[in-house]
Ligand binder design. Structure first.
Ligand SMILES: Nc1ncnc2c1ncn2[C@@H]1O[C@H](COP(=O)(O)OP(=O)(O)O)[C@@H](O)[C@H]1O
Ligand SMILES: [Mg+2]
Length: 244
C-alpha cells in the first residue's frame, strides 16, 4: 500500500561547502531517532554521500546503524522520480532525502521539482548570501514557469558560530530579512564534523551515552544539541511540506 504521508525533502543551493551534505546527514539522523524510515538519495555525480556511507557503514565492517535507512546514488536524474515512486508505492518509507549537487543547472531544477519542500543552507557570510540569493532567483523563476504547485523553499542559517563576529551577526540579520528563513539555526559544531569520521549523530550519541569513559559521556551533550538543531529543522520543513 502506498504511504500517502511519505515526504520528499531536497537540500539544494549552488554554493559548495554551505553544509548541504551535513544537514542531509543530520536530518536523516533526527528522522531515524523519531522512528521514521528514511531513504537517502545522493544526486551528486561526485558521490560524496555514497562514498561516506560506504566508508562508514559498509567498509567500516560494522553493522548498519539502522535498518530503517537505505541510500542510493542516482547521478542519472531520470532515476530519481522512479525511485521516489517506487518508495511511495511500496509504502515502507516515511522520508526521502535528496542531497544535490552545488550548481544551478537542469539537474538542480529537476531535483527541485521532485521534492515536497526544499532546504537551502546559507552561511552567514557575504559571499554565501550573494551565491544563495542566485539560488533563490533560480528557484523563483522555476516556480513562475511551473504549471503545477511548486515546493516551498526554506533557507537555514548554517554553521553559525557560538561566538559570532559583528559581521557574522549583520549577515545573519540580512539573511533573516531577505531570505525565506526558518527560525532554527544550524550551529557550527564539532559533532557534525564527527559524523564524517564516525557515522550518524544518533549512533554517536548512543555510543557517548553508553561509554565507560566519563569524558566521552560528557560529550553526549554536544551530540544532543546537534541532533536537536537537526530535529527542529526537520520538523519545521516537514510542516512547510505538509502545508503546501
Ligand atoms: N554545522 C556545521 N558545523 C561544523 N562543520 C560543518 C557544519 N556544516 C558543514 N560543516 C563542514 O563543512 C564542510 C562542508 O560541508 P558539506 O556539508 O560537505 O557542504 P556541501 O555539501 O554544501 O558542499 C565539511 O567539512 C563539513 O564537515
Ligand atoms: Mg555536498
Amino acid at each position: 500500500m502506498p504511504n500517502k504521508k511519505m515526504i520528499v525533502l531536497a537540500v539544494v543551493g549552488q554554493k559548495g561547502g554551505a553544509g548541504k551534505s551535513t544537514i542531509c546527514r543530520a536530518i536523516a539522523a533526527a528522522a531515524l531517532t523519531e522512528g521514521r524510515r528514511v531513504h537517502m538519495i545522493d544526486a551528486d555525480p561526485q558521490a560524496g554521500l555514497k562514498d561516506w556511507y560506504n566508508r562508514i557503514m559498509v567498509g567500516g565492517g560494522g553493522p548498519l546503524p539502522d535498518d530503517r535507512l537505505t541510500l542510493e546514488w542516482l547521478p542519472q536524474l531520470d532515476d530519481i522520480r522512479g525511485s521516489i515512486d517506487q518508495h511511495y508505492q511500496a509504502g515502507e518509507t516515511d522520508l526521502v532525502l535528496i542531497d544535490s549537487k552545488g550548481e544551478l543547472s537542469e539537474s538542480s531544477a529537476y531535483v527541485m521539482m521532485e521534492a515536497d519542500a526544499l532546504i537551502l543552507p546559507v552561511m552567514a557570510t557575504s559571499s554565501d548570501i550573494t551565491a544563495q540569493a542566485k539560488t533563490i532567483r533560480f528557484y523563483e523563476a522555476l516556480r513562475e514557469q511551473a504549471e503545477d504547485d511548486f515546493p516551498p523553499l526554506a533557507a537555514v542559517i548554517s554553521r553559525f558560530p557560538a561566538k559570532p563576529s559583528k559581521v557574522q551577526v549583520a549577515c545573519k540579520e540580512e539573511i533573516e530579512d531577505t531570505f525565506p528563513v526558518i527560525r532554527r539555526v544550524v550551529m557550527d559544531r564539532a559533532a557534525y564534523i564527527s559524523m564524517d569520521e564516525e557515522g550518524f549523530l544518533h549512533t554517536l550519541l548512543r555510543k557517548r551515552r553508553e561509554a565507560e569513559d566519563p569524558i566521552m559521556r560528557l560529550q553526549a551533550r554536544n551530540f544532543e544539541e546537534a541532533l536537536s538543531d537537526a530535529a527542529d529543522v526537520f520538523n519545521q520543513v516537514s510542516e512547510l511540506a505538509d502545508e503546501a
